[in-house]
Design a protein around this ligand. Sequence first.
Ligand code: SF4
Ligand code: SF4
Length: 151
Amino acid sequence: MKPEDKKNRSAELRELAHELKDAFDAVSPFIEKHTAVVCPECRQVCCRDKHGRPDENDLVFLRALGEEMPDGRTERGESEPCRFLTETGCSLQRWRRPFRCTFFFCAPLLKSLENDNAKLYRAFVQYFQHLVQARRRLLESRAVPDQVCAP
Ligand code: SF4
Ligand code: SF4
């Protein structure tokens, strides 16, 4: 790949990553409005340390943003409480959490979201779909091969 093409590609990835970050910010308040009610009552908290560990796709996103990579060192076992869990919930901004943390809705949380004002819930679903699509575009763009060989 020519240096100029590489530069354009990095800029494109960065732009897609910022779009995804904005999408996380857009869905977060509605989710947190409900986790604030549902999670304090929970007896089977889902935040296990293995869920707080980023996968390769999460790292693609953070790299494209130019963010520091998370420190993967931990003494915790996979099923121990997540290292980022505090008494007031997750200590990471939503966009810094692994995607699975935002994608997971347990039954009580889902019920709470669905029982909110119908217009707000519909808007949330649209924002959430946008988030999923923004992430897909970023990951597909990353997957474009560096060199395409002409037949
Ligand atoms: S999201 Fe559901 S399972 Fe996880 S802590 Fe909240 S109520 Fe519990
Ligand atoms: S939401 Fe936060 S505390 Fe819960 S598993 Fe994800 S990173 Fe850990």
